[in-house]
Ligand binder design. Structure first.
Ligand code: MN
Ligand code: MN
Length: 340
């Protein structure tokens, strides 16, 4: 480097602050991430909330409510997803700037952590599902879009019942499992069957549903996915097609009408997300899953979730870290990623 260049750099940068720069998009982002006094809140300080959003005791006036659903009465194997919301709240330093959508989601919407769905009974799964449906019907009536952290995957059925009441939604579903099983151990309510129930209730359109990352050995339970016309991308299809083709297929399947996005963390390989109840080897990597979600930019998203985080099986906290990042990607899709 010649001395002139060094002089130029000194003149320009020696006394500039961290938020100072020339790119107008980044300057706006810098404004969006600062508090009123020109600082940033300490990421490790204060009462933990989802994505560091403010806590709101009421949903009135919000565009997006981030909701915890700490309920895991629907699991078929290892329990623990009831601890998912708390674990995801403790993750700090996610966002607030989105590097590919180039913006700060919380600067573009009135969004808050509204706490957890209130449950009447800790023992009664069917009752819990009714509590969830009622809560989300209330959000929908107020025009608030929900972003949810489970809980096991049984919670997505009552959410879809509330959101798809007037017109069935499309679905992008990332999971190791299709979750379209029938009754099992004398109950149709469990985390292996929310999407079958949603289709049969007329709140989910199977022709506008794509399931991605499917693997394991439970194929005998998933006839309904194929019989109803869902598009199922098994992991071997994913590897053969490649990421871009899977994104194109997803966009083709769901179209321009409103969709729901549901991410089961077991869709990711247990190397990345071991903290879950039914892990399956051979899944998506973190970078594949995040790229897949970013590929949904421009779609109309009525709501989204990340489920099945059971933090006690992951002493590294990587599963919660990934889940918080997924939550942020969904938040970004709902605020920065939409058309218009
Ligand atoms: Mn699932
Ligand atoms: Mn699963």
């Amino acid at each position: 480097m010649d001395s002139k260049k060094l002089e130029r750099l000194r003149a320009r940068y020696a006394d500039r602050g961290a938020f100072d720069g020339d790119d107008p998009v980044l300057l706006r982002a810098a404004r969006d991430v600062q508090t009123g006094d020109g600082r940033r809140t300490l990421p490790y300080s204060g009462v933990p909330t989802f994505l560091g959003l403010p806590h709101a005791p009421s949903v009135d006036g919000l565009d997006i409510a981030v909701v915890g659903v700490p309920m895991d009465l629907g699991v078929s194997n290892r329990a623990g997803a009831r601890f998912g919301p708390r674990a995801v709240r403790t993750i700090e330093r996610i966002g607030p700037y989105h590097p590919t959508f180039r913006g700060v989601p919380k600067g573009r919407a009135r969004a808050a952590d509204v706490g957890d769905v209130p449950f009447h009974s800790r023992y009664d799964l069917a009752h819990c599902l009714r509590d969830i449906e009622e809560y989300y019907a209330g959000l929908r009536a107020r025009g608030v879009r929900p972003l949810s952290v489970g809980g096991d995957h049984s919670i997505t059925y009552p959410i879809l019942k509330a959101l798809g009441k007037d017109a069935p939604l499309g679905l992008v579903h990332i999971d190791a499992h299709c979750d379209t099983m029938g009754s099992y151990d004398d109950t149709k309510f469990h985390h292996g069957g929310p999407f079958r129930l949603a289709v049969l209730d007329g709140v989910l359109d199977p022709d506008r549903t794509i399931q991605i990352g499917i693997r394991g050995a439970a194929n005998m339970f998933w006839e309904f996915s194929h019989a109803s016309g869902m598009t199922v991308i098994y992991m071997e299809d994913f590897m053969r097609m490649g990421l871009d083709a899977v994104i194109a297929k997803a966009r083709e399947v769901v179209g321009d009408e409103p969709i729901y996005v549901s991410v089961d963390v077991d869709g990711f390989d247990p190397v990345f997300a071991p903290g879950t109840g039914t892990p399956e080897a051979g899944g998506l990597s973190s970078r594949e899953g995040l790229a897949l979600l970013r590929g949904l930019q421009g779609l109309q998203i009525a709501g989204a979730d990340v489920v099945e985080v059971a933090p006690q099986y992951d002493p590294t906290t990587n599963t919660s870290q990934l889940a918080a990042q997924i939550l942020f990607e969904e938040f970004a899709l709902m605020t920065l990623g939409e058309a218009g």
